[in-house]
Design a protein around this ligand. Sequence first.
Ligand code: GTP
Ligand code: MG
Length: 549
Amino acid sequence: MILRRNKGKKRGDESSDLALEQDAATEDTPDVAAVPGARSAPVPDNVPASAARSSVAPPSSDICGQVRVVLHQAAQVYAGHPEASERINAHLDRLDSPVRIAIAGKVKAGKSTLLNALVGEIIAPTDAGECTRVVTWYRNATAPRIVMRRKDGDARDLPIIRQNGKLELDLVGTPPEEVDRLTVDWPSGDLATMTLIDTPGIASASAEVSARTEDFLTPDEEQGAADAIVYLMRHVHADDVGFLEAFHAHAAIGSSPVNTVAVLSRADEIGAGRVDALQSSRAIASRLRADEKVRSLCQTVVPVAGLLAETGRTMRQAEFNALAKIAAADRDYVDGMLLSADRFGRELPEGAPDLPSAAVRTGLMSRFGLFGIRTALPLIREGVSDSTQLAGELVRRSGLEDLREALTALFTERGDLLKARSALMALDSILRSEPLPESELLLAQVEKISSGAHEFVELALLGSLRTGAVSLPTEQRAEAERLLGGTGQAQYVRLGLAPTASLTEIRDAATDAMTRWRRRAENPASTRPVADAARVIVRTCEGILSSLV
Ligand SMILES: Nc1nc2c(ncn2[C@@H]2O[C@H](COP(=O)(O)OP(=O)(O)OP(=O)(O)O)[C@@H](O)[C@H]2O)c(=O)[nH]1
Ligand SMILES: [Mg+2]
């Protein structure tokens, strides 16, 4: 009976304050318009929405604050239970850390390569080494450090070895199956907003390695669970979709359509590396995004040529020079070499043009892939004259920026909400698995936040729209998802406006949307779920409007 007992305590007693604040924070949270959430001061009308982005971000009811309160209460209740207490405190720390994004998928789907592309450095091993079989965390830090934590709880620092621009991870003789995780602290602006977690390929030949990733993604491993998941699908075969579905169906796994982004990976290989591979991959991704089954599993599907992105972000001058030499050689001869990766790396016969050695060409092939070389050579012939320009072109074509935008809009801008969601799921599981007399009340508070805070209500509705649990006509559904933050959190995105939209345009669009959805909410012909959904959207619009005054 924690709330009642705490209410009886004197002010100044921390638990009492927490309990009272909690009451105040949750009592009225469904009403976003009433939430003192309008994070910001009003912005002048002539300021474009994008320039004032933070000021016009969706209103927040300080979801992390509410969750922090209930976690503090739980920490007190479970103070004498070391394991539960450690997990609760870990979630308290997590609320102040970047959102955790796990990169998951089948063996050799290109997970580690994509991680390197996102970070812009080769810090995740992409070869067949033992470290690809260990869950590895990459976190921003002021100084590099690698720590190996063994399953028996022992933790030790590992040497930091860089060779040829690659970070070499070495388990110093420890069998991978005895390693719980590696943590790589690395100074990186790209990691400042998200901690990335590289996971071993699922459904690998070794069931034990697969199990390691599956274990990691279940909330039993509280410390390890991610807030969001990037799931790589290499080809679009039923198997992958089936797998992603099983992944969601596993109730214990914190994955849902609202915290999963699918990547159509190794996109350059579609159509055997033809130069229009990326165009084809974009068409496939677009079909997938519209597919009801895929919609119910993830928020979006983005095609990415990870290798091209990784190499673009880490390209060396020597590589550009070698490509420039090949680009300058007899075109027909080079085209003949480019018929296959194998041919490109072969020793050249007598009388062949002067080209980089077979070893250098093989190196280029492993860094750029057939598609990358086929793309780079014409660019150089057409006038791209330095490595920075070429790198920029390759990254632009790789689709990496689209993925980044999706991660920002769906995961980092919504980071607080996703972290709060992870914490509540974890707390729920602790309270149920280790019940104490106070657990019932704490559970009630968890439920109150989950069903009361408007951000959670929005997220739940978004999930219901994607899974088809709530069904709207296609056009209305698209607008509903957008208004709920399904394509990005900024107000102009939610309202389908340009980034340059003025506050007047934002106000007009929000008023329009509110009127339309209110009509649907009040229409006697609307079914109950549709009317309920419309009411949630009306509240979202009210929240936007209230933040503008
Ligand atoms: N052509 C091409 N090759 C890629 C791409 N991404 C990765 N590869 C190659 O595929 C192989 C596996 O890549 P990884 O990034 O290690 O894949 P992974 O999913 O991390 O593999 P595991 O951790 O072993 O499951 C490597 O040889 C990469 O060079 C891509 O976008 N295009
Ligand atoms: Mg890997």
